[in-house]
Write a protein that binds this ligand. Structure first.
Ligand code: G4P
Ligand code: NA
Ligand code: NA
Length: 194
């Protein structure tokens, strides 16, 4: 087996497997943010997407914002985070899409002001987790409405067994995840990376 990378090692030491195939990484990513560590992940994303023209990074509130910002530093570009709005709205000033959350079993209306996504912009989509892929698909829809170009998708932790990442790759989307979990076992605390 190949050597574990920085994030994979961190997941093994600090991650906690919860029932229902949920991985808690609150100590460094989802509640407390280990800024120097996440910044190293940002540097990795810069290396991965170095050959691409990136004008802007797009993520979704809340947990995507940290990794997006700490990657944007290395690209020298702004971050836009889509907002989860309370209900549907007919606001002509925003692009709107629907994102199903399987984890929380509800639909979020997600919006971005038309001011901050523009035609012809090259967009890197980022998030902390990729599970079923609904959040990423929603963000791709927002970019498409604006006439932008999705250059790639950068994810910290992909839950490979939920299939969202592979479905996107099958459509030709350049999805790069620093850690892909193929299997988690809460009983034994075992995590298997792809
Ligand atoms: P999907 O977007 O890929 O389809 O996944 P899903 O609906 O299942 O994910 C819903 C939320 O749960 C997302 O955050 C996602 O980042 C997070 N999530 C999914 N699986 C895990 C997991 O195993 N561990 C952790 N820590 N998070 C997971 P969100 O509801 O949009 O909220 P926020 O945390 O970004 O504010
Ligand atoms: Na997230
Ligand atoms: Na989350």
């Amino acid at each position: 087996a190949s050597e574990l990378n920085l994030l994979q090692k961190k997941i093994l030491t600090d991650g906690v497997i919860k029932p229902g195939n949920v991985l808690k990484v609150d100590s460094f990513l989802n509640h407390q943010i280990d800024v120097p560590f996440i910044s190293e992940l940002g540097k990795e994303f810069k290396n991965i997407f170095a050959h691409k023209k990136i004008d802007k990074i797009l993520t979704i509130e809340a947990s995507g914002i940290g990794i997006a910002c700490l990657t944007a530093v290395y690209f020298g570009v702004p971050v836009v985070f889509a907002k989860k709005s309370a209900g549907s709205n007919m606001d002509t000033e925003v692009y709107t899409t629907e994102v199903k959350s399987f984890t929380h079993n509800k639909v979020n209306h997600v919006v971005v002001s038309k001011k901050y996504l523009n035609q012809g912009e090259h967009i890197l989509i980022m998030d902390d987790f990729l599970a079923n892929g609904c959040a990423v698909e929603g963000l791709m829809d927002l970019v498409s409405q604006a006439g932008g170009i999705v250059e790639g998708v950068g994810i910290c932790i992909e839950k490979g067994f939920q299939g969202g990442g592979d479905a996107l790759r099958a459509k030709g989307v350049d999805v790069r995840s620093l850690a892909i979990i193929d299997k988690m076992d809460a009983a034994t605390g075992t995590i298997t990376f792809r």
